[in-house]
Design a binder for this molecule. Structure first.
Ligand SMILES: C[S@@+](CC[C@H](N)C(=O)[O-])C[C@H]1O[C@@H](n2cnc3c(N)ncnc32)[C@H](O)[C@@H]1O
Ligand code: SF4
Length: 446
């Protein structure tokens, strides 16, 4: 086996993160509204209901590294219009389906869901949850800088018991460079309040590879994080794509760590987390053994979708709000990005579809393999009708020789070293990428 640095040099290249297969740039054959609704109806099961995702696009200030879909404004008058139109979109779904679906889970993402006032968030949640399953689970992304105690009260009262806090880094110099200043003290006080409100799961989002980060700064950030003991930690690789994401041009390239330094930051962060009781549950994700994600992992019940890793998933995901993505298990859809256009479409009585994809049999076959690799670090490669199978076999042989995968019978397993190359192994099965039907630039795999 080659040494790790040589492997990183060999395999580190742009590639999808596979929160969906196929990834958005490769979508084709979008279902029209009638077909989309028929897909939903054919996959709907009242026992398992639907998962809802609501995108709240607003943030009060710009974090320079941000790659999310968001609108920066301090004007909270936008809230009322936004609320009306999202609720209208949900009404349209109910009307076109001809029934009110049971809700299995509800996730608020952004932008910043806590941009909404507690009263508006309360109204939104209560309206969407008129018909929820008994086993319902709710989750939300929180910006510690805009979260009030009143938000926590309404979240807890409405059964939104899983929260994710945007932390990124605690080093003052890094925070200044990325235009995101929040003190450990403020986060600690908030974390305590979250627990007092009976919210059962706390995730911290951290990023490695940010400007001005050093091994010392990462070590002290992790030290502070460990003291606060979040149940889950997402330790993301900074995706720097200034050609595509304009605000990232505010970050000076000379302040960014080199690929080798970036890898060192990850390895150090991972080591400290593992030494302090966290377990590696999947790509970029660490968990306490008591957390729901680790429990799902050991019960072989871990899934992955547009929102990342989840333990509970129905056949249908309906995304509400601008840019939201939906999944019917037969097809994907994405909503219009521009808020005004999104609103106009809904006002005209139509779903705000921007683009979509109808799965072919080939897509479904590869989707399953990539999901298994991402969730179990293992996949069953029983079906040799896999597109480009002979080339894939050659590439798998190279992965084996490099100590990245092992193959026993039909089971392909990533080795301990191989886990960081999961995106590369997934890419080997990705026939859309191989056939290059898009020129979109992806972030680096490692
Ligand atoms: C919608 S934000 C979280 C909620 C809230 N807006 C906040 O920042 O606190 C989602 C997460 O995406 C991650 N993120 C954003 N841009 C990124 C990038 N360019 N590379 C890696 N992770 C990124 C950050 O960790 C961020 O917390
Ligand atoms: S990281 Fe979060 S708060 Fe910052 S701009 Fe992006 S979505 Fe908004």
């Amino acid at each position: 086996m080659k040494n790790l640095n040589d492997l990183i040099t060999k395999y580190n290249r742009p590639g999808p993160r596979y929160t969906s297969y196929p990834p958005v740039p490769y979508w084709q054959n979008a279902p029209d509204e009638t077909t989309w609704i028929s897909h939903l109806k054919s996959k709907y099961d009242p026992q398992t209901g639907v998962d809802l995702y609501v995108h709240v696009p607003y943030c009060e200030s710009l974090c320079y590294y941000c790659g999310c879909s968001r609108i920066i404004t301090k004007n909270h008058d936008v809230e009322d219009v936004y609320l009306e139109v999202v609720l209208k979109e949900w009404e349209l779904y109910k009307k076109k389906l001809g029934f009110t679906p049971f809700i299995n889970s509800l996730h608020f993402g952004g932008g910043t869901p806590t941009f909404l006032s507690p009263a508006n968030l309360d109204r939104l949640i209560k309206t969407l949850l008129e018909n929820k399953l008994e086993s319902f689970i709710g989750s939300i992304e929180i910006d510690p800088r805009t979260c009030q105690t009143a938000h926590l009260k309404i979240l807890s009262e409405n059964g939104i018991k899983r929260v994710s806090l945007g932390i990124q880094d605690f080093d003052p110099l890094v925070q200044k460079t990325i235009n995101r200043e929040q003190s450990p003290m403020m986060v600690e006080v908030l974390t305590e309040k979250i627990r007092e409100h009976g919210i059962s799961s706390i995730n911290f989002d951290l990023i490695y590879g940010l400007p001005k980060q050093t091994t010392d700064s990462i070590a002290s950030t992790i030290e502070i994080v460990i003291k606060m003991r979040p149940d889950l930690i997402a330790f993301y690789s900074y995706a720097h794509l200034p050609d595509r994401i304009k605000n990232q041009r505010l970050i000076s390239e000379k302040d960014l760590p080199s690929p080798e330094q970036k890898r060192e930051l990850y390895e150090l962060g991972k080591k400290l987390l593992l030494e302090n009781g966290y377990v590696d549950v999947g790509m970029d994700h660490f968990a306490l053994p008591s957390s729901y994600l680790y429990q799902a992992k050991i019960k072989n019940n871990l899934h992955r979708n547009f929102m990342g890793y989840v333990d509970k998933k129905s056949q249908i995901l309906i995304g509400l709000g601008p840019t939201s993505i939906s999944d019917s298990s037969l097809s994907f859809l994405q909503n219009i990005k521009d808020v005004k256009e999104y609103q106009n479409k809904i006002e005209s009585g139509h779903l705000p579809i921007a683009k979509g994809h109808t799965h072919s049999d080939r897509d479904l076959l590869i989707q399953e393999i990539i999901l298994e690799l991402m969730c179990r670090n293992q996949a069953t490669i029983g079906d040799k009708n896999i597109p480009h199978w002979s080339v894939i076999q050659e590439e798998l042989l190279a992965f084996k020789e490099d100590g990245i995968v092992e193959e026993i019978g039909d089971e392909l397993t990533l080795t301990e070293t191989g886990k960081i190359f999961v995106r590369n192994v997934a890419m080997c099965f990705d026939f859309h990428l191989r056939e290059q039907t898009s020129t979109t630039k992806f972030s680096q795999t490692i």
